[in-house]
Design a protein around this ligand. Structure first.
Ligand code: NDP
Length: 282
């Protein structure tokens, strides 16, 4: 099983995303079941945010997690940029903790950069860490210059991880952001690792090479996409699945590994960038 280290904690390299859950009441029981199925299959990391359904995703996630022992889970939540200030961050954090029915998050991320000075957000995150409300903090949607600026600030180097868009079709961050993060061993949390299901373009799911690999490994094209994303032990992928069947398949992708030839073929079909790309976000 593929794992990675988030500071001192070793976690399976595939976790659970929760964006868009809680939007359709008819899906509620499947959404709860899907999260539980993923945990039963071995996932321990759950990614949510105050933004998702304005707290509805956190509420459903908490319901799904209720039967599990808190210490076995690694919970990630995110603060909106407009709430990442001295005046508001702790209020947001307390609200998310209440909705998630826990007294700490393992990792608390700034969802993206806004107008609150970064130095103020880092001060506040550090305070929350000192109070024991979060174990670690990190960022999301930060590009190379943002990370360099962060590292220049007091305590800025305590940032644990950066959560960014990353999948076979979105390799832009491999040009200079990932190499910079790798210099200090900062893991990537890859969001939308399935290209949001790839249902619109079919660029990945219809691709002959991905289909051939899926056939050879006796897995689905989605599992191939996930296994590629986590191939280097620096990346945690957080696919979202409202379907319990999908949730199980996603965690099972932890056991897929590629030969050097397969990786080379994928790199040829989906080349990494040779110039700096604007940071892709959703
Ligand atoms: P994903 O790439 O995870 O794709 C989710 C879609 O793929 C859903 O439609 C889901 O269907 C489908 N799917 C999941 N597993 C399978 C499978 N095994 N077979 C077939 N289809 C499958 O998209 P997200 O954008 O949701 O990204 C994942 C998570 O990343 C989010 O939920 C969120 O936690 C995080 N995120 C963070 C962002 C940030 O700014 N920090 C931005 C965007 C996402 P179904 O639900 O029906 O199972």
């Amino acid at each position: 099983m593929s794992t990675l280290k988030l500071s001192q904690v070793t976690v399976p390299a595939i976790g659970v995303g929760t964006w868009n859950i809680g939007e359709d009441p008819t899906k509620h029981s499947d959404e709860v079941k899907a999260i539980r199925t993923a945990i039963d299959a071995g996932a321990t990391v759950i990614d949510t945010a105050e933004m998702y359904g304005q707290g509805r995703a956190e509420k459903i996630t908490a319901e799904a997690l209720a039967p599990y022992s808190r210490e076995k889970l690694f919970l990630i939540d995110k603060v909106l940029p407009e709430n990442a200030s001295h005046a508001k961050l702790e209020i947001s954090l307390d609200r998310s903790l209440r909705l998630m029915q826990t007294d700490y998050f393992d990792l608390y991320l700034l969802h993206w950069r806004g107008t609150v000075p970064l130095v103020e957000t880092v001060e506040e995150l550090t305070k929350m860490q000192d109070k024991g409300k979060i174990r670690y903090w990190g960022v999301s949607n930060f590009d190379t210059d943002d990370i360099k600026e962060l590292w220049s600030l007091p305590n800025g180097k305590n940032c644990l991880a950066n959560e960014n868009l990353y999948n076979l079709d979105e390799r832009g961050i491999e040009y200079n952001l990932l190499p910079l993060m790798h210099q200090v061993g900062m893991p990537l949390i890859a969001y939308s690792p399935l290209s949001q299901g790839d249902t619109i373009s079919g660029k990945l799911t219809d691709h002959p090479l991905i289909n051939e690999l899926a056939h050879n490994h006796h897995v689905t094209v989605y599992q191939i996409m996930l296994a590629w994303t986590i191939r280097n032990h620096h990346t945690l992928a957080i696919p979202k699945a409202a379907s319990p069947v999908h949730a199980k398949e996603n965690v099972e992708a932890l056991d897929i590994s590629f030969t050097a030839d397969e990786l080379e073929a994928l790199a040829k079909a989906f080349p990494k960038p040779t110039t700096k790309q604007p940071l892709a976000t959703i």
